[in-house]
Design a protein around this ligand. Structure first.
Ligand SMILES: [Zn+2]
Length: 308
């Protein structure tokens, strides 16, 4: 089985702990993905909300450089679907670069161009609280004027806007803008609010609108977003996936595990190698092989082909 995952914090974790990508004590390493026919990943650069925004801007370059120094001949930095296909054909792991938390733009729109020039093709607008872009899931704050400009410029430049972590008012406005512009937006790592009522999770209405625009919704492994008392296991993960399938996300459902960004993981999912066990669980619950392949990589490939 091939796997493509839409969210991890591995570059941040490797820099923080001074570990290599090849083999390490983190959730993701090249050794831990050997059981997949291919493994593609959006490598998000997370610059920490606790840092002053100007410091976060500098951290982006430090974490990026550190991560690039840890990539090997088995990995390929991608900007386009053609890059992705080339990497796969050469037996390499295709990686795209994302930024989690737009606060580092510090009201400077030209920084978005700089991010694009430094390989960034996905932007998670916010992370927590409110910043120059607008409010995250723990606020009722929508987009700021600057946030609106950022979204418009992302649409123009070809940076995909990620609604994971956004407040409901922000998600509502971005979706309306995307619908008017005919642009796909995504939720890289967002579980279902209908299954578990956590403000970080995605309401059905938003999930369906993302799907209608041709976007994707990734299942996160965060136990605190999956089930009560911060407990989750593979059955509970499947509940979220089955619900998304039920509401019509067959062509949009993906993984966005958030590996290396979580302190705890669901029982049975110790690291990226275990995601394959979710395929078996889905089979037992009657999900078709075609649907499982879509979730594991075909929906990702469809999205990349349509947008890059
Ligand atoms: Zn996140």
């Amino acid at each position: 089985m091939k796997l493509f995952d839409f969210h991890c914090d591995t570059p941040f974790a490797l820099e923080k702990h001074g570990e290599p990508l090849t083999d390490n004590n983190r959730h993701i390493s090249l050794k831990k993905v050997e059981n997949y026919d291919s493994y593609g990943q959006l490598m998000a650069i997370f610059t920490q909300k606790s840092l002053p925004e100007e410091v976060a801007w500098g951290r982006f370059f430090v974490i990026r450089e550190d991560f690039y120094s840890k990539m090997t001949e088995k990995t390929a930095l991608c900007h386009t679907f053609a890059d992705y296909e080339k990497a796969i054909s050469e037996g390499k792991h295709p990686f795209f670069i994302a930024v989690e938390g737009g606060g580092l733009l510090c009201d400077k729109l030209e920084r978005l161009t700089a991010l694009y020039e430094h390989d960034v093709r996905f932007l998670t607008l916010v992370w927590r609280d409110a910043d120059c872009i607008g409010g995250a899931f723990n606020t009722d704050v929508g987009l700021t004027d600057f946030g609106r400009e950022v979204v418009k410029k992302c649409f123009e430049m070809g940076i995909v806007v990620d609604l994971s972590h956004a407040s409901d008012p922000m998600a509502e406005e971005v979706l309306t803008m995307a619908e008017a512009a005919g642009k796909a937006v995504i939720a890289t790592h967002s579980d279902s609010r209908a299954v578990y009522a956590h403000p970080r999770n995605l309401p059905d209405d938003f999930a369906k609108r993302i799907a209608k625009l041709g976007g994707t919704v990734g299942i996160s492994m965060a136990p605190q977003h999956l089930g009560v008392n911060d407990y989750a296991n593979i059955d509970i993960i499947c509940d979220h996936m089955l619900h998304y399938l039920e509401i019509g996300l067959e062509d949009s459902l993906t993984f966005g595990c958030d590996f290396d960004g979580l302190d705890t993981l669901p029982e049975g999912v110790e690291n990226v190698s275990k995601i394959i066990d979710i395929a078996d669980a889905l089979r037992k619950k009657g999900v078709s092989e075609e649907q499982i392949e879509k979730i594991f990589y075909k929906n990702a490939e469809r999205f990349l082909k349509e947008n890059f």
